[in-house]
Design a protein around this ligand. Structure first.
Ligand code: NAD
Ligand code: UD1
Length: 341
């Protein structure tokens, strides 16, 4: 099968391209590199035994370029990762977020429809769940009441895709709600390469361990959790990538919509993560406790039961794997893809 991977040069996209190639699929990548390096694709190609990865450097809102892409390659289905994802930035620049994330999705679907390609997997997020749900979160848990524009773009894109599937029974849409992706491919050749100061915990831990940051700020230790720090459902990015391969099988067999959590079902606190990282890698992670981050919840974790049942997928990597692989990537590439090889 030939899969168009939008945002395929990014963190999750690059790992997914590799898993798709390993399963014998062909991939075409469209990415405007606004938050990625084309080096990731060179490395994926290397890991896949030199397999060629056609790459189109384009903005998904550019309908002419997308049209040309669909004319050039015979695409069977699309995995749509492309989007902006920084929560804080979305609060500061809401129009940029709504424009990029919604218009990319709408333009993409319009071109897909014109070419009779009506199968799409969409990168959604645990952020679409309302803050007042009981844990664990299942696909039936309440959504909406998002706390920032980024979250609303995910919520709205889900709605757009659902409406499409309702209007035309030839569409199949799979909405994958990721929990907290961390780690890197075991080779250390591809991984997460955030620009500027990382917003998320794991890249901050590994940049602190390597000395790029002096100290991790732990956002609050007075939550109602086992050690007072926030609890999340961390998932190894390779497990997440494999979840997309499993979703493709569903996409080809089923019609309508499928919504699935991609998490492990287990929650770890910030201090659990710090200590697991130190243990797995034998490096210290200096930290200090600071105020809570506004908008954070105490505890967020999934039940991945539906994905196990209906996609035949489950996460297999341990917390130790996540910590070891994050460090392997970070220590081999201290400045991310800009590091010397
Ligand atoms: P990423 O920033 O590494 O990848 C996104 C890619 O999309 C980048 O390569 C970027 O250059 C590209 N892109 C953005 N806007 C584009 C546009 N208009 N046209 C073409 N390319 C464009 O992020 P990621 O962590 O790999 O996330 C992938 C997807 O998963 C995103 O949609 C994100 O919102 C979603 N997601 C991520 C997380 C996470 O924690 N990483 C959690 C939940 C959901
Ligand atoms: C973030 C996003 C969310 C996205 C999710 C998955 C925010 C507000 N939310 O949530 O939209 O779906 O990632 O990628 O950014 N922490 C620290 N110090 C740090 C960084 C984080 O203590 O420097 C703590 C946080 O308070 C939290 C935990 O670590 O308890 C995880 O934080 P983070 O990696 O940002 O993920 P989420 O908060 O789950």
């Amino acid at each position: 099968m030939t899969v168009l991977v939008t945002g395929g040069a990014g963190y999750i996209g690059s790992h997914t391209c590799l898993e798709l190639l390993k399963e014998g699929h062909k991939v075409v990548v469209a990415d405007n590199l606004c938050n990625a390096s084309a080096k990731s694709l060179e490395r994926v190609s290397r890991l896949a035994g030199g397999e060629e990865i056609p790459f189109v450097n384009c903005d998904l809102r550019d309908e002419e370029q997308l049209e040309a892409l669909f004319q050039r390659w015979s695409i069977d289905c699309v995995i749509h990762f492309a989007g902006l994802k920084a929560v804080g930035e979305s609060v500061a620049k809401p129009l940029a977020y709504y424009d990029n994330n919604l218009n990319s999705t709408i333009t993409l679907c319009r071109v897909m429809e014109r070419h009779g390609v009506k199968k799409i997997v969409f990168s959604s997020s645990a952020t679409v769940y309302s803050g007042d749900n009981q844990m664990p979160l299942s696909e039936q848990s309440k959504t909406g009441s998002c706390t920032n524009p980024y979250g609303w773009t995910k919520f709205m894109c889900e709605q757009i895709l659902r409406d499409l599937a309702k209007a035309d029974p030839d569409w199949t849409v799979v909405l994958l709600r990721y929990f907290n992706p961390v780690g890197a491919h075991e080779s250390g050749l591809i991984g997460e390469d955030p620009k500027g100061v990382p917003n998320n915990l794991m890249p901050f831990i590994s940049q602190t361990a390597i000395g790029r940051r002096s100290c991790l700020s732990v956002f609050g230790n007075d939550y109602d959790t086992h050690d007072g720090t926030g609890v999340r459902d961390y998932i190894h990015v390779v497990d997440l990538a494999r979840g997309h391969v499993a979703a493709l099988d569903f996409l080809m067999k089923e019609k309508g919509e499928g919504v699935f959590n991609l998490g492990t079902g287990v929650g770890y606190s910030v201090l659990d993560m710090v200590h697991a990282f130190e243990r797995a890698n034998g490096v210290p992670v200096p930290y200090q406790i600071v105020d809570r981050r506004p908008g954070d919840l105490a505890t967020v974790y999934s039940t991945p039961e539906k994905s196990r049942r209906e996609l035949g997928w489950e996460a297999t990597h341990s917390l130790e794997d996540m910590c070891r692989d994050s460090w392997n990537w970070q220590s081999k590439n201290p400045q991310g893809y800009e590091s010397e090889e």
